[in-house]
Write a protein that binds this ligand. Structure first.
Ligand code: CA
Length: 440
């Protein structure tokens, strides 16, 4: 539940420093970190209620693969009834659901054939903070009803109003660090990371960060992740300076095209080169342009947004911006598991979407407003295998230097076993000119 202003009793968000209704400064104690208790192996199993009255056992964070295949099968049967509906929308929805479930079934069967018996659970994405009005003084986003800026207390109603997609571009500064590590178990690092500037027209710069996590064994996975990084980066560098997008939608289209170019090249290479057959990779890209963040993602490499003032309307300090394209994430989406049953966790997910394994690929994209104090973090599953979201938040805000922060995260994953390659890219977003005025 949201807190109330002690002066006028209006509802305020946990991230507000000033009351948006009366403009009074709100005294705030800094948010506390809660150390999350690890899931004990002795936890009682949770049972998920299924539409067909079958029961699915969730023990700790693991699901039995054969149970899941049964669930997917019965889900397909359930959706098949929708195919004979008189309503075209229902038929279309059913057809798309069956298509997704078929991809999942194929992936599950392959995993089972390879000797795997259980998988881990992920969760649905949260709703992020919404900004309707930009403060004329500090540029921070505010809700539509606000009279005073929740960040600096300035009067808002004298200011021209900006739409959600056109919050005034602020001078933000970015401090970036990237690190990838082989871990303690594997012989090779099949992850690839990149962080750097790309040119826009008129000497403007954007900042590109990416993580790719290759698969396919030996040389193939390493090659796939490098190729995904190189092809998408080159594509974005070329197009951003020659045909710079002007809207969020256009940036997302550009990102999607860049990811598809990488997909095509890896797929074609895998077809003609027997040593690289079946290779694939995840690819998660963050592009920071002005005060906008554009994300594209395929697979289970994650992007997070972190801020001590909260990144969601209910004040969560971190939010995952990407879906894990894993079986269990999809079961949550289609209502076969509730988000409460689906606990985030460590260990490799079964992917049903990746780069290079099919001639075409669906790419998730989104755009968000950036605020001073934000941290954008990309990582491969080798980090989240061992380090939970609360710990990521804690290290990110304990350690102001991004190089040291990413090193601490990698070191922690290694101390806990380093079972997989570990990659982290971090961007600290700092206020530029407008932010300085707030303090001066
Ligand atoms: Ca991995």
């Amino acid at each position: 539940m949201n807190p109330h202003c002690p002066f006028c009793s209006a509802t305020v968000t946990p991230r507000s420093r000033f009351c948006p209704t009366c403009g009074q400064a709100l005294s705030q104690s800094p948010p506390r970190f809660s150390a999350s208790s690890p899931i004990a192996s002795g936890d009682p199993p949770i049972e998920g209620a299924l539409t067909n009255a079958k029961r699915l056992q969730v023990r700790g964070n693991a699901l039995d693969l054969r149970d899941l295949i049964n669930v997917v099968e019965s889900s397909v049967q359930w959706w098949q009834r929708g195919l004979s509906s008189g309503d075209a929308v229902t038929r279309d929805q059913a057809a798309r659901a069956i298509d997704e479930l078929s991809q999942i079934m194929r992936s599950l069967s392959q995993q089972l054939a390879q000797g795997r018996t259980t998988i881990c659970i992920t969760r649905r994405l949260p709703a992020l903070r919404t900004f309707d009005v930009a403060c004329p003084s500090c540029g921070s986003g505010n809700r539509a009803h606000a009279r005073f800026c929740q960040r600096c207390g300035a009067l808002l109603n004298a200011a021209p109003r900006y739409g959600v997609g056109s919050v005034r571009s602020r001078a933000l500064k970015f401090r970036i660090a990237a690190r990838t590590d082989t871990g303690r178990v594997r012989q090779q690092n099949q992850d690839a990371v990149y962080a750097g500037e790309i040119d826009l027209p008129g000497r403007q710069k954007a900042y590109l960060c990416l993580v790719a996590d290759g698969m396919g064994g030996a040389a193939a996975g390493e090659y796939a992740s490098r190729l995904a990084a190189d092809v998408s980066r080159t594509y974005l560098e070329r197009e951003s300076v020659s045909h710079p997008p002007l809207t969020d939608e256009a940036w997302q289209n550009l990102l999607r095209d860049a990811v598809r170019a990488a997909n095509r090249q890896i797929y074609d290479t895998a077809r003609v080169d027997a040593t690289r057959r079946g290779m694939g990779t995840t690819l998660t890209i963050a592009l920071l342009v002005g005060d906008r963040l554009h994300i594209a993602s395929v697979g289970d490499s994650r992007a997070y947004l972190l801020n001590l003032n909260g990144v969601t309307d209910d004040g969560a300090l971190s939010a995952q911006l990407t879906s894990d394209h894993s079986l269990v994430a999809r079961l949550v989406d289609i209502g076969q598991l509730t988000p409460e049953q689906a606990r985030t966790h460590p260990q490799r997910n079964i992917l049903y979407r990746s780069i290079g394994t099919d001639p075409s690929v669906d790419v998730d994209t989104r755009s968000e407003a950036l605020e001073p104090g934000d941290i954008v973090l990309l990582c491969s599953d080798g980090l989240v295998n061992h380090v939970n979201d609360e710990e990521i938040v804690q290290i990110a805000f304990d350690e102001p230097d991004p190089d040291r922060a990413v090193t601490r995260m990698v070191n922690l994953a290694n101390e806990r076993g380093g079972r997989d390659n570990i990659s982290v890219v971090m961007v600290r977003v700092e206020g530029g000119r407008n932010e300085e005025r707030e303090h001066g």
